[in-house]
Write a protein that binds this ligand. Structure first.
Ligand SMILES: [Cu+2]
Length: 494
């Protein structure tokens, strides 16, 4: 109904495009990023304002940062699959912004990445965009800049909001939905202190990658260089409140609660456990998994999402929190309180558990790709004013050159064979497409669709995607410090 009215208004507005445009003009236009259709007239379905504001993480921890609509997280946008939406984005700050619709198959003009050619939302200006939401499920929106050493900007700020795209048919049985955004504040730089990647399944390193990475590191150390900078944080939160400072998640015994969890971190990998309970993972990055499975602990790389059902069958007052004691005690958790129960929230450290994407997948191999792209990721320790430089096949991405690295032909299926010659975990992300996990650390799988996947230290991961959304397409590590210092590549359609 709404959609038809807009179409009418757009066509009625005249202009060269209007008169001759057939039915379904928006769908066709959105496949042609070079000639985006002018957005429809009328009242926007959603308005987002980017401005500096305050987040009260706790009474004595109030931070000032850039936010969406003055709140953290930004407003939850509930969209409907296939139903066009009109969004006004106002930028009330002094610097241009990008708003990226993470995990959606939108055109370049909408996607929110300058590297692909999305126009900036000008300082003290606005952009009106319209798009058809999809795929359904848990998505999110966030800023998409390369702040480099400026820890007030980019994803270090509070520009994160959840998108839930309602499917045409709802799957799974649950009583209630709870949305959680995991986010750190007050970033600082330090040297070294990298996170271990031994939470991933099959952690045995691939010898050739390890030798290359360790050799480069030894040579750098021998030349007198210290470790490159890493980012750490002082404050941690779920839904913008430190553990113990917000409202608890209130549950009843016997309820099935569907948690939609977004890792909104700029740089961190997060874990989450709820003592005495298990998570039945039903979707990864918003896409239903072939085999829902129960796990005691969730692990989410930067920008990953998990939808998981918890059956509430252990009455009490519990801490649902990160396994890292330092992070949890500084805020990374939320209290889960059963009706009629009171007392101090209880945390119990879970037994060791390794995160394995493949348990949610099908056993058989995925379809054969038409073409394979090999990618090796490497680190040049402290090569850029003390920051690590990151390369893909020896090339660090440059915002000045914006060179295309991989060419795509529409309709073909591509396999990305990714090899990590560093000891860091990389949550790699492909814009405007979903990919299928086909091999994780030596184990074949199929049927799991995602848009971010964690690649372990000195490990290999393979994913397939179909080139079905023309226009420039950005691939990058979602760790802000990695993407800003080279870990990006552009795909383009022939
Ligand atoms: Cu990375």
């Amino acid at each position: 109904m709404t959609m038809d009215r807009r179409k009418f208004l757009h066509l009625g507005a005249g202009g060269a495009l209007g008169a001759a445009a057939p039915r379904g003009v928006f769908a066709q236009m959105s496949a042609q990023p070079e000639k985006p259709a002018p957005p429809p007239q009328g009242k926007a379905d959603h308005t987002i304002r980017i401005a500096k504001g305050l987040v009260e993480l706790a009474a004595d921890h109030i931070v000032s940062t850039k936010l969406y609509n003055g709140q953290f997280p930004g407003p939850l946008l509930r969209l409907k699959e296939g139903q066009q939406v009109l969004v006004d984005i106002h930028n009330d700050t002094d610097t241009p912004e990008q708003l990226h619709w993470h995990g959606q198959t939108v055109p370049v003009d909408v996607d929110g990445a300058a590297e692909e050619g999305t126009p900036y939302i000008p300082a003290h200006g606005m952009r009106r965009i319209s798009f058809i939401p999809g795929p359904s499920g848990l998505r999110f929106y966030h800023t998409h800049l390369t702040p480099g050493a400026d820890l007030d900007n980019g994803q270090y700020s509070g520009q994160v909001g959840t998108v839930y795209i309602e499917p045409k048919r709802e799957a799974g049985r649950y009583d209630r939905e709870v949305f959680l955004v995991l986010k750190e504040f007050q970033p600082t730089l330090s040297r070294g202190g990298d996170m271990a990647s031994d939470f991933l399944a099959n952690p045995a390193p691939i010898k050739s990658l390890e030798e290359a990475g360790e050799g480069a590191m030894r040579a750098s150390m021998a030349s007198g260089k210290p470790h490159g900078y890493e980012v750490g944080y002082n404050l941690f939160s779920i839904n913008g409140r430190m553990l113990g400072h917000g409202e608890p998640v209130r549950v009843k015994e016997g309820e099935r609660v569907l948690f939609h969890i977004v890792n909104g971190s700029a740089t961190e990998i997060r874990s989450l456990a709820l003592p005495g309970h298990r998570f039945e993972v039903v979707a990864l990055d918003g896409n239903p998994v072939p085999k829902p499975k129960e796990v005691p602990v969730l692990w989410l790389g930067t920008a990953e999402r998990i939808s998981a059902i918890v059956e509430m069958k252990m009455p009490g007052v519990w801490v649902m929190g990160d396994l890292a004691d330092d992070d949890r005690t500084r805020g990374m958790g939320i209290v889960v309180e059963y009706a009629g129960k009171s007392g101090k929230p209880k945390w119990v450290k879970p037994n060791p558990h390794r995160w394995d994407y493949t348990i949610f997948g099908k056993q058989g191999a995925a379809s054969t790709p038409d073409e394979i792209f090999e990618m090796t990721f490497a680190k040049n320790n402290a090569a850029l004013n003390g920051f690590n430089e990151w390369t893909i096949n020896g090339v660090a991405f440059s915002m000045d050159r914006m060179a295309t690295m991989f060419r795509l032909k529409q309709g073909r299926r591509y396999r990305l064979k990714m090899r990590n010659a560093s000891d860091d975990v990389h949550p790699v992300h492909l814009h405007r497409h979903s990919f299928e996990l086909t091999r994780i650390a030596g184990k074949a799988t199929s049927g799991i669709m995602k848009d971010v996947v964690m690649l372990g230290g000195y490990q290999e991961v393979e994913v397939d995607f179909v080139a079905d959304n023309p226009g420039k397409t950005l691939f990058h590590c979602h760790q802000q410090l990695h993407m800003d210092f080279g870990f990006m590549a552009l795909f383009d359609y022939a």
